[in-house]
Design a protein around this ligand. Structure first.
Ligand SMILES: Cc1ncc(COP(=O)(O)O)c(C=O)c1O
Length: 455
C-alpha cells in the first residue's frame, strides 16, 4: 500500500499539472505517479531505450492532422517535413490524406521511403543543389517552388516534362517575431520581392521555358505566428500580385500556397494560432481579394509543421547531478541538452518540464534544467518547479518537443543523437534508433577500423 492509498487527499498535491494545451492528448499520470503517454509509462521507455529519448504520440500527431483536414475543408494541407520526419511519420501523413513539403534530397528520400506519392510532394529551398533538383524531377515530384533566377535556368534544363512550379514571393509582411524565423520581409534570403516587380519578372522568366508549368505563387512569412489576421493580409497581397501577373503576362495562376508558421504554446498561457479562426480569415480574405481584383478563386495550400508535430513529442532525460551554486541557482543537469534541442540556444525558446517517474510529494523549488554540453548557455529550461528532493536518477519529461528538435539535432561533443520511439495504445515502437559511438567512428577516416579510409 502506498502513502497515497492511506492518504487519498494527497493525490491532488502529488499529481503534476498536465496542461492539455502543451502535453500530448494521451498524457496521463498513473497511480504510481508516473507520466504515461499513449498508455505507456515513460519510465518503461527510459528503461528500454535509455535516455535521452524522443517519444512521439502517434495519436496526437494524427489527430492534429485530421483537425486541419476537417477545419480547412477546401484547403490542401502539406505537412512541413522539416519539423520532424521519419519514414513512419511520412506514412502517417499519407494515410491521413495530406501531402508533404520537403527541402532536401534527404527529406525527399525519407518521404518516398514512407510511401508518399511523389505527386503529393512539394520541393522548397533557396539554394537547391542542381543534382537534388534533377533527382526530384526524375521521381516525378508534384511541385517545385522556385526561389531564384538561376534556378529557373537550371530547372528548365533538367525538367523532363512540363514541371509544375510555383514562384516564392516575399509579400513584405513582418510577423514581429524572432529574426531567425521572420521570412516574409524583403531584406532576407528567400524568394522574389513584390517590390520592384521582381516576382512578376520571375513569372516572365518561367513562362518563357516550355519545360516549366507555372501554376501559382508561394509565400511563407515566418514561424510561431499566433495572429491569424496576418494570413488575411498575405492573401490580399498575393491575390493582388496574381492579378498583376494576369494583367501584365496574360496568365491566370490557379494555386496560392500561404506557407506554414502556425504558432503553438510551449508553456502554460502561451497563445496559439486558432485553426478555426484561420479558416474564417482565409475565406473572408479570399472573398474580398478575388472580388476586388475580379480574380478567380485559386486553390489554397497551407504547410504547417510545428502545429502538427510539436505537441506530439516529449523528450525524456535522466537527472545526472543536482547542484546549488552559492547565491545562485540550483542546476539540475541531465544527460542531453543543446545537441538534441538547439532551440533554447538558438531562439531563447521556453519549455515545460515535469518529473516523470514518481509522485512529487513535499515542497518544491525552482530550478534550471541544464544540459551536458560544454557551454554555460546549454540549458533546457529555467525556473522549473520540481520537488525539492529531485535527485540523480529521476526521470524528467520535456513537453512540446516534437518539432525542430530531432530535425535540428547535432553531434556536438560527439554525442550520438537520441532515438525516436512512437507510442500508441500501450505499445512502444522504435522509429529511429539511437546513434552510437560506432556510427560516429564509422564516418571518421582516421579511425583504423573504418572502411574505405584510403579512398
Ligand atoms: C516554406 C516553409 N513552409 C512551411 C514551414 C513550416 O513552418 P512551421 O513548422 O512553423 O509551421 C517552413 C518553416 O521554416 C517553411 O520554411
Amino acid at each position: 500500500m502506498t502513502l497515497l492509498d492511506c492518504l487519498p487527499s494527497l493525490h491532488n498535491a502529488a499529481t503534476p499539472r498536465i496542461d492539455p494545451a502543451i502535453w500530448p492528448f494521451t498524457t496521463t499520470v498513473d497511480e504510481l505517479g508516473r507520466l504515461c503517454v499513449g498508455d505507456v509509462p515513460l519510465t518503461d521507455i527510459a528503461d528500454e531505450f535509455r535516455t535521452p529519448t524522443y517519444v512521439l504520440d502517434e495519436s496526437d500527431f494524427r489527430r492534429r492532422l485530421q483537425g486541419y483536414r476537417t477545419v480547412l475543408r477546401d484547403v490542401e494541407v502539406l505537412y512541413a517535413a522539416k519539423s520532424l520526419l521519419t519514414a513512419h511519420v511520412a506514412r502517417w501523413v499519407a494515410e491521413e490524406g495530406a501531402g508533404l513539403d520537403v527541402s532536401s534530397a534527404g527529406e525527399l528520400a525519407i518521404a518516398l521511403a514512407g510511401g508518399v506519392d511523389p505527386a503529393r510532394i512539394v520541393l522548397h529551398g533557396n539554394a537547391k543543389p542542381v543534382d537534388e533538383v534533377r533527382d526530384a524531377t526524375a521521381v516525378g515530384i508534384g511541385r517545385i517552388v522556385i526561389d531564384s533566377a538561376m534556378e529557373i535556368a537550371y530547372l528548365a534544363c533538367t525538367a523532363r516534362r512540363p514541371q509544375p512550379v510555383l514562384i516564392r514571393v516575399t509579400p513584405d509582411i513582418d510577423i514581429c517575431g524572432h529574426a531567425a524565423v521572420t521570412t516574409g520581409v524583403n531584406d532576407q534570403k528567400f524568394g522574389f520581392t513584390l517590390a520592384d516587380g521582381r516576382a512578376a519578372d520571375a513569372a516572365t522568366g518561367v513562362l518563357r521555358q516550355p519545360a516549366l508549368n507555372l501554376i501559382g505563387l508561394h509565400c511563407h512569412i515566418g514561424s510561431q505566428i499566433t495572429d491569424a489576421t496576418l494570413y488575411g493580409e498575405v492573401i490580399r497581397r498575393m491575390i493582388a500580385a496574381m492579378a498583376d501577373i494576369r494583367r501584365s503576362r496574360g496568365v491566370i495562376l490557379s494555386e496560392l500556397n500561404i506557407g506554414g508558421g502556425h504558432g503553438v504554446p510551449y508553456v502554460s498561457g502561451d497563445p496559439e494560432l486558432s485553426v478555426a479562426e484561420l479558416a474564417d480569415i482565409i475565406d473572408d480574405a479570399l472573398d474580398w481579394a478575388c472580388a476586388t481584383e475580379r480574380f478567380p478563386r485559386p486553390r489554397i495550400v497551407v504547410e504547417p509543421g510545428r502545429a502538427i508535430s510539436a505537441r506530439a513529442g516529449v523528450t525524456l532525460y535522466r537527472v545526472v547531478s543536482v547542484k546549488s551554486q552559492p547565491g545562485g541557482r540550483t542546476f539540475v543537469s541531465v544527460d542531453g541538452g543543446m545537441s538534441d534541442n538547439p532551440r533554447v540556444a538558438l531562439y531563447g525558446a521556453k519549455y515545460t518540464v515535469a518529473l516523470a517517474n514518481r509522485h512529487a510529494l513535499g515542497p518544491t523549488k525552482l530550478v534550471t534544467i541544464a544540459g551536458r554540453h560544454c557551454e554555460s548557455g546549454d540549458e533546457i529550461a529555467r525556473d522549473v518547479e520540481l520537488p525539492a528532493d529531485v535527485h540523480p536518477g529521476d526521470l524528467l519529461a520535456v513537453a512540446c518537443a516534437g518539432a525542430y528538435q530531432h530535425s535540428m539535432a547535432s553531434n556536438y561533443n560527439m554525442v550520438g543523437r537520441p532515438p525516436i520511439v512512437a507510442v500508441r495504445h500501450g505499445k512502444a515502437t522504435e522509429l529511429v534508433r539511437r546513434e552510437t559511438t560506432a556510427d560516429l567512428l564509422a564516418r571518421d577516416r582516421g579511425w583504423s577500423g573504418g572502411a574505405g579510409r584510403h579512398d
